[in-house]
Design a protein around this ligand. Structure first.
Ligand SMILES: Nc1ncnc2c1ncn2[C@@H]1O[C@H](COP(=O)(O)OP(=O)(O)OP(=O)(O)O)[C@@H](O)[C@H]1O
Ligand SMILES: [Mg+2]
Length: 425
């Protein structure tokens, strides 16, 4: 079974992985080669509040773990609650695995939020942090802090957390269709029709726009197909706020921070300099647009040469109407509006532009995508949605086949030293 069930296989799996991996290392920025996506420790947390109560001071004042946990409206679960809710983290409850740990399906009572009998009450997803010390704990707390306060229909809802002894868990609303990554790349999955791809892109763009345009900007920093979760109607919601970071304030154009993210998705200027702006998220969004167009992963080491990196491979084809078909997902079987595909390709090209300043804002990206839903832009040769809808559920294996774990920083003492002011230029 996967690493959630047998931790001894972890290192080997990581080395053999052919797909994008999240990396964290303590490499100093000056030694980060511009061509290498090396990421380092997670940044400090200051969190804006977007609930009715105005809490801008939360953004400007770093908060202690105690303050974060006590101020949230999240349920503080006991470990026993979550053990019962997931039937003792049974292998057949496993939904997936990421760098943080394993995610299990569970059931809780809607009113009391205590564990309920499997199959009754509310379905939840329970993420269980691997015991890897400081870095994991830091991300866990960042996630509690951000998702405890950010509420939007395109952000996954965090219901609660557990912090008991060394155990760190997070409890989310259950997203029945799993991640976009599974739909695009998992063997045996039904190909997503064009209209669904656009719908997912729009939902994800709304989530990012919300973060970027908030009174106190939030940079998400981990935009990728596996962090886009889908509800039963393919509404997209962003998950995983462990890397989220407060955006620059005042006249500043960026925040300076250690580099972190995921191979293939992180913006080149951010990797090279550690200067982070919302435009780094726009770049990652462009990469996901390319994944939606091509059905190929951001990084795929099973391919040869240039084709290993989606941006390098696709870029020359994006601006040329006659060449675009060469990178389109063959699983679409030509069932997409040519005009719409060109528009998305052009948008992706702008998003992945090497000059961050020239990339569009997420609100502009969203507006462009919304126009594509206009009926005059959606005509395809033959409608294929009926055939697809009949069997749109993807087979779900309990194991993440292609996942490599993040390489984390060496385990350190948990807290509170990182709760300090962000290094903002
Ligand atoms: N709320 C949820 N509802 C349903 N399935 C979920 C939920 N959260 C996560 N999953 C499943 O668990 C998988 C692992 O998620 P996780 O966020 O731990 O890792 P990841 O995003 O794939 O990788 P990384 O840790 O590098 O970000 C997802 O791909 C998804 O299939
Ligand atoms: Mg994730």
């Amino acid at each position: 079974m996967g690493n959630c069930l047998d931790s001894s296989s972890r290192v080997e799996n990581a080395q053999n992985s052919s797909y994008p991996s999240k990396v964290t290392s303590k490499t100093s920025l000056s030694s980060v080669p511009s061509t290498l996506t090396t990421y380092s420790t997670r940044s400090t947390l200051t969190v804006p509040s977007y609930t009715e109560r105005s809490a801008n001071e939360n953004l400007l004042t770093p908060r202690t773990e105690g303050e974060i946990l006590s101020s949230s409206n999240l349920k503080d679960f006991t470990f026993n609650d979550l053990r019962n809710a997931t039937r003792n983290f049974r292998p057949d409850s496993l939904l997936g695995e990421g760098g943080f740990g394993c995610v299990y399906k569970g059931w809780i009572d809607e009113q009391s939020l205590t564990a309920s009998r499997p199959g009754t009450g509310m379905v939840v997803a329970v993420k269980k942090l691997k015991p890897e010390g400081y870095q994991g704990h830091k991300e866990w707390l960042t996630e509690v802090d951000y998702l405890g306060q950010l509420h939007h229909r395109n952000l996954v809802k965090l219901i609660g957390y557990c912090s008991e002894g060394d155990n760190r868990l997070l409890v989310y609303e259950f997203m029945p269709r799993g991640s976009l990554e599974n739909h695009l790349f998992r063997r045996g999955s039904q190909p997503l029709p064009w209209a669904i791809r656009i719908k997912v892109a729009i939902g994800a763009a709304r989530g990012l726009s919300f973060l970027h345009d908030a009174e106190s900007q939030v940079i998400y920093r981990d935009f990728k197909a596996s962090n886009i979760l889908l509800d039963s109607e393919f509404n997209a919601k962003l998950s995983d706020f462990g890397l989220a970071k407060a955006g620059p304030t005042g006249d500043r154009t960026h925040v300076s921070t250690q580099v972190m993210g995921t191979h293939g998705y992180a913006a080149p200027e951010y990797i090279a300099t550690g200067r982070l702006s919302a435009k780094a998220d726009v770049y990652s969004f462009g990469v996901v647009l390319l994944e939606l167009l091509s059905g190929r992963r951001a990084v795929d080491k099973t391919r040869v040469g240039l084709e290993q990196n989606l941006v390098d491979w696709a870029k020359p084809h994006l601006g040329d109407k006659r060449k675009l078909y060469r990178i389109m997902d063959t699983r679409l079987e030509g069932q997409y509006p040519k005009k719409g595909a060109h528009a998305v390709a052009n948008l992706a090209l702008q998003c992945i532009g090497s000059e961050a300043k020239l990339r569009p804002r997420m609100s502009e990206v969203l507006a462009t995508l919304e126009q594509l839903q206009d009926p005059k832009n959606t005509a395809v040769t033959q409608p294929q949605t009926d055939r697809w809808q009949a069997s749109s559920t993807i087979p779900r294996s309990p194991m993440r086949q292609y996942k490599s774990p993040r390489r984390r920083t060496p385990a350190g003492s948990p807290l509170p030293s990182y709760l300090r002011s962000p290094r903002v230029h």
